[in-house]
Design a protein around this ligand. Structure first.
Ligand SMILES: Cc1ncc(COP(=O)(O)O)c(C=O)c1O
Length: 398
């Protein structure tokens, strides 16, 4: 293979309808191309303050400790666990998919004894089952749940789950990587102690930052630790000293241009209005679900708990997963996701997140799927999925 590194990079323009990253608006890309400033330049401090202020609005929180971590979502999972958990602590993770499994893994690596509540893939975590399970484990330090399980397309009722977690006297850690900016998230009203997300999904920026917010009571737990946080990079007390407006103490070199990107994508969210944005995600998802069902693809997430930013559909019998996704990518420039874990080879994950959550993308992916599937011998009534999607979108009632 001849090397191509002397050729100028020309990244192809793809329609990103997978589980993330999602499409990034040109305004956000333009902001990223702004001149690099020093991470201790007062002009950059203003950018940091703007980002924190808007993140608080998106999380619906007054929490002082609301910052973007320099990492993707997994780094925020590590941050949440590494700071809250001390070796020997007991925690419980409610798992209903791949990312719950990851959260349990990370909690264990932080030295916790991890209890697990497993819910079948495709179902939401049941508050009563959680209550019953928590009774078996008195003295838990924290309970972790995934708001929007990206591997299955399921939304769990975080507000109810947090109430149950607090009845048991534990801290609630909530993964909002796929929900923040695409579903309602009311951190203070719902009483969430630790909540984190990532920029590349419904927040509309490229991958590279992971917003996190901790309540004062969670920060008190962090400051009263008897052991040092094992991670230097994700140690929130040191990070706080950099993000705090009066201290601005160097911790690590901030990813300046990613911070510009997040600032611009958050500004776009404010211009649109958070509620309008959440309604947009709901409306296009209703169209996609109706279209997919009209195409004969069954939805894998339990009804009433289906995510808007991500829809999981079953791959029809006899259809080759990789071939269809390759055709979407190569012939139509559309990326969708394959199944993860238990759903590998059985599901497609179609994301409509952030800037990708547009009506035109619903019609594009459905018509491409109709064409590709029919060529593969699957019986298709041409146009049926598009008209079902049109009807669902036109009659969608906000
Ligand atoms: C629910 C959830 N949690 C955590 C992650 C991990 O985030 P990242 O891949 O940005 O590290 C993802 C990624 O898809 C996710 O969907």
């Amino acid at each position: 293979m001849s090397s191509s590194y002397m050729t100028e990079l020309s990244a192809p323009q793809k329609v990103l309808l997978g589980p993330g990253p999602s499409t990034v608006h040109p305004r956000v890309l333009a902001a990223m191309a702004s001149p690099v400033m020093g991470h201790l330049d007062p002009a950059f401090f203003q950018v940091m303050d703007d980002v924190c202020e808007m993140l608080r609005m998106v999380f619906h929180t007054e929490n002082k400790m609301t910052v973007p971590i320099s990492s993707t979502g997994t780094g925020a999972m590590e941050t949440a666990c590494a700071n809250v958990i001390e070796p020997g602590d007991e925690v419980l993770i409610a798992r209903n998919g791949y990312f719950g499994v990851r959260l349990g893994d990370i909690a264990g690596r932080c030295g916790a004894t991890v209890h697990l509540l497993d819910t079948p893939w495709g179902k939401s975590v049941d508050p009563q089952m959680l209550r019953d399970e928590l009774k078996k484990h008195p003295g838990l330090k924290a309970v972790g749940v995934v708001h929007a399980e990206t591997s299955t397309g399921v939304l769990s009722e975080v507000k109810e789950l947090v109430d149950v977690i607090h009845e048991a006297g534990a801290l609630a850690i909530v993964d909002a990587v796929t929900s923040l900016g695409g579903h309602d998230m009311r951190m203070d009203e719902w009483g969430i102690d630790v909540c984190y997300s990532a920029t590349q999904k419904c927040l509309g920026a490229p991958p590279g930052l992971a917003p996190i917010s901790l309540s004062q009571s969670a920060m008190d737990v962090v400051s009263k630790r008897s052991t040092k946080v094992q991670s230097f990079y994700f140690n929130l007390q040191d990070l706080e000293a950099y993000w705090n407006q009066t201290r601005r103490a160097y911790h690590h070199t901030s990813p300046i241009n990613m911070t510009y990107a997040l600032r611009e994508s958050l500004r776009m969210m404010m211009e649109e209005g958070l509620d309008n944005r959440i309604h947009r995600h709901a409306r296009v998802a209703a169209g996609l679900r109706a279209g997919a069902e009209a195409l004969g693809l069954s939805l894998l997430a339990e009804e009433g708990h289906r995510l808007n930013p991500l829809t999981t559909v079953s791959i029809p019998e006899g259809i080759e997963d990789g071939k269809v996704r390759a055709s979407l990518l190569n012939d139509y420039d559309i990326e969708i996701g394959g199944g993860l874990g238990e759903f590998a080879g059985k599901a497609w994950r179609i994301g409509l997140m952030g800037e990708s959550a547009r009506e035109r993308n619903v019609f594009a992916v459905l018509s491409a799927l109709e064409t590709i599937l029919s060529k593969e011998g699957y019986e298709v009534a041409f146009g049926a999925s598009l008209s079902a999607a049109q009807r669902a979108i036109a009659t969608y009632n906000e």
